[in-house]
Design a protein. Structure first.
Length: 433
């Protein structure tokens, strides 16, 4: 690029408002971090008419047809019929050059362009929200990054174009586009090692996003609105605190966790975290937490059952060998005690589905760098919870042989899928509902 053209481009950028939805867009024809040989030169787009851009407030159709539609087609997507744009605030600054864009394929027939806009905003601590605002209230300027996620959708995609883009379809598309945003942020982390930034989940974003939807055929006709991503930070002011009984359970649960009086509490917390991060869109951590929860659960279960069989603590730990014998323990130690099918290769069984969808997926994520998709994370979480529930049923069926182990789960109002902390509960009924 000539020095004169660089000066003109810089001048064009300086004329644009800081908070405009679409600024100078760049073009990237290859997926980021797939190898240096596959990266392409990022070419800036020079706006021919700044005034009209300001009025429209979104990407001009000519720019889309010339700069982005060819990239979308090159990624193997069918012709774009709808464009869906989200704008969401990130919890940190991203020090990218204005308008640096990244385009990638998401889902089966869609693509997404990610652009980061930066601004300086004034912020005050939520600690002062309970006090009356005064002139000397501490306030400071912070860098604020806003992510622009623009999805190119084909009308032939039945999973997205249904019921006029229902709330479920919008949510599904946002989940896909969030993956593209995290790929963009991964590239930023790789390039800058800026530890103030991170991969994001839904609960780490600002709870409200803006969205706009329009058809390519009728470019100037659009719909839009607000999309609530998470209840975090958006709790109703009238929300009541938990009741006295749940307060006792809270304090008792903290004591159980600290003293390890019930060894299965720690495992359950991992499964709760897995469900939470799955809703956040952090699919990799969901798989890891789900598998960790099951491994902790099965290790605690073996210790409890073997102890009731009279096996010495030292022999139990030698058998587990710090987790190195974990799969051997699973396949050999539980069937004689609990019955059931424990062959890891038997797909369609609780243990086989866990091994395939959770354990092996976790190995791919941790050792192979695989980033699980939404469907893989949901399948892993379902398989983990299903295995846990099936095992609790097996323990309940053997509660006469293993009464101490069953007491960790089974109470007067026993249900197979629910933990019952019998004889350890602070409630008079002896079991948690």
């Amino acid at each position: 690029m000539s020095s004169l053209l660089r000066k003109l481009l810089g001048r064009a950028q300086s004329l644009l408002p800081e908070r405009i939805r679409w600024t100078i867009l760049n073009r990237c024809e290859a997926l980021l971090l797939r190898g240096v040989s596959k990266l392409r030169t990022i070419r800036p787009v020079v706006l021919p008419d700044l005034q009209s851009w300001r009025i429209v407030g979104k990407m001009p159709k000519a720019i889309f047809l010339r700069e982005f539609e060819p990239v979308v087609r090159k990624l193997g997507c069918p012709p774009t019929t709808h464009i869906l744009a989200f704008q969401v605030a990130l919890p940190f600054d991203v020090r990218v050059q204005r308008g640096t864009a990244y385009t990638a394929r998401v889902g089966s027939n869609a693509a997404c362009t990610v652009t980061i806009h930066r601004a300086i905003v004034k912020q005050r601590s939520p600690l002062f929200a309970m006090f009356e605002k005064t002139n000397d209230e501490p306030e400071w300027e912070v860098g604020q990054a806003v992510a622009e996620l623009v999805g190119y959708v084909s009308g032939g995609d039945p999973d997205l174009i249904k019921e006029g883009f229902s709330s479920d379809a919008l949510s599904a598309m946002f989940d896909l586009m969030l993956g593209a945003l995290n790929t963009y942020l991964a590239g930023y982390l790789f390039a800058t090692r800026d530890i103030r930034a991170d991969i994001v989940g839904i609960r780490t974003l600002h709870p409200v996003a803006l969205y706009r939807l329009w058809e390519v055929a009728s470019w100037d006709t659009e719909t839009g609105g607000l999309m609530l991503l998470s209840a975090t930070g958006m709790f109703p002011a009238s929300l009541e605190p938990i009741n006295d009984r749940d307060t006792r359970r809270l304090l008792h649960g903290a004591q159980l966790y600290e003293t390890k009086a019930n060894p299965f509490v720690a495992a359950e917390l991992h499964l709760i975290r897995a469900e939470g991060v799955e809703r956040d869109g952090d699919h990799r951590r969901c798989v890891i937490e789900a598998n960790t929860g099951i491994e902790v659960f099965l290790s605690a279960l073996y210790r409890a059952l073997a102890s009731e069989d009279g096996v010495a603590d030292s022999d139990i730990e030698n058998r587990l060998d710090g987790g190195r014998n974990f799969l051997s323990v699973v396949t050999r130690e539980f069937h004689p005690r609990l019955g059931g099918r424990w062959d890891l290769a038997l797909h369609g069984t609780p243990i086989g589905d866990w091994h395939k969808r959770v354990y092996l997926m976790r190995c791919r994520a941790v050792h192979g760098g695989h980033h699980p998709k939404y469907e893989e994370a949901v399948a892993a979480l379902d398989a983990a919870i299903n295995l846990r529930s099936w095992i609790v049923q097996r323990v309940a069926a053997r509660k006469k042989k293993y009464p101490k182990t069953a007491a960790f789960f089974v109470g007067p109002s026993y249900e197979a899928s629910t933990y019952k902390i019998n004889n350890l509960s602070p409630d008079a009924d002896g079991g948690a509902e």
